[in-house]
Write a protein of this length. Structure first.
Length: 84
């Protein structure tokens, strides 16, 4: 029985063109279509919804496109719809 190995960058590569949910180290989360990434996991998303955690709950903001710094990414959820 052979076990297959999937490396992290291969998993992210399979998500290009698909919806992804990105949880940042601060109180922000993003959902959008993944356009691309580099070896440092800097990511470009389009049709983005930005969620900011506030004492009253999540505040949503829409953006056409965004570049996220890979150093600040905490988790990636392929196909994720966001925190709401």
């Amino acid at each position: 029985m052979a076990t297959s190995q999937l490396l992290p960058l291969e998993l992210i590569d399979k998500c290009i063109g698909s919806q992804i949910w990105v949880v940042m180290k601060n109180d922000k989360e993003f959902t959008g279509k993944l356009l691309g990434f580099d070896d440092f996991v800097n990511m470009v998303l389009e049709d983005v919804t930005e969620y900011e955690k506030t004492p009253e709950g999540y505040k949503a903001n829409t953006l056409e496109q965004i570049l996220l710094n890979g150093n600040n990414i905490c988790a990636l959820i392929p196909g994720g719809a966001g925190p709401v």
